[in-house]
Design a protein. Structure first.
Length: 283
């Protein structure tokens, strides 16, 4: 499926459009003739980007190029804000803003997916609201202001992305820090009592925060991260099922196969053989 600019931009000259998805339902594999920034506001689901699976939750940012293909499936109360833009229509387009667009097209190792914390997400929301208002107005001043707001948003996101986290969580960490930390440490044993202490709350409160914001328990989230890693390994390597299980944080390959089948509807071996991978689950 191909989405075209004429369905989302009011005129051929419009450079930016805002598409809130509240909620984002399952959406089949597609590409588009414009670029896009996807901001995950709440909920959870699976985002398949160029055949790589990502289990997504609040505060995650994706930079999608027109040449990419992606889809959303197995979603649960997923809410997104999509910022659509056409770089060649931006009057302020120049190399200085390329690094703000996920690292810039010129950088082969550009960072196109990262996390922001909940306080930054709260700062993003009024900026997006103003951008949505101005981008729908046809006058030249509104279009200029919408571009200025767009660059302000890019700077806010770039300045507040998390580095790859290592070591222990520091006391006073926010939920967004915890999500990012878990993504990078999901193959290791995790003590959620320690995680709760890093947030300065009880384990019960941590469970409540996860369910309110993400729609899943901490253990469910961790399990999806491990499955996420396993799916990508099955698609991109020829390692044995047992090796993939252990490398993904499972101590028992049989239990891994049970969890995998329960989530995807197919065994790890069937998943590896399938050309569509997780796409088949959404069908």
């Amino acid at each position: 499926m191909r989405l075209t600019s004429r369905d989302f931009f009011a005129s051929s000259d419009q450079a930016i459009a805002v598409e809130p998805r509240n909620p984002q339902d399952e959406f089949p594999l597609h590409d588009h003739d414009f670029d896009e920034i996807v901001i995950v506001m709440s909920g959870n689901g699976w985002h398949i980007l160029n055949d790589a699976s990502h289990y997504i939750t609040c505060g995650e940012i994706f930079y999608i190029d027109a040449k990419d293909h992606h889809q959303f499936c197995q979603v649960s109360d997923l809410k997104l804000t999509n910022i659509l833009y056409r770089f060649d229509r931006l009057s302020i387009a120049n190399p200085s803003i390329l690094p703000l667009l996920g690292g810039g097209e010129a950088q082969p190792d550009r960072l196109r997916h990262w996390q922001i914390s909940e306080d930054v997400l709260a700062r993003v929301q009024p900026l997006v609201a103003a951008l949505e208002t101005e981008s729908t107005r046809p006058d030249a001043l509104s279009q200029t202001l919408s571009e200025a707001l767009f660059v302000q948003l890019l700077i806010l996101l770039a300045r507040n992305r998390f580095p790859v986290l290592g070591g222990e969580l520091h006391r006073g960490a926010k939920l967004g820090h915890v999500l990012s930390w878990l993504r990078h440490r999901c193959t290791e044993p995790v003590d959620f009592d320690d995680v709760a202490r890093s947030l300065g709350c009880s384990t019960r409160s941590l469970n409540r925060q996860f369910r309110e914001v993400i729609g899943a328990s901490p253990n469910q989230y961790l399990g999806c991260l491990r499955l996420n890693r396993a799916m990508n390994a099955l698609r991109s390597s020829d390692r044995s099922i047992c090796e993939v299980a252990f490398d993904s944080g499972y101590n028992d390959s049989n239990y891994f196969s049970f969890c995998f089948s329960r989530t995807t509807g197919m065994s790890p071996r069937e998943y590896r053989r399938s050309a569509g991978g997780l796409r088949s689950v959404a069908a």
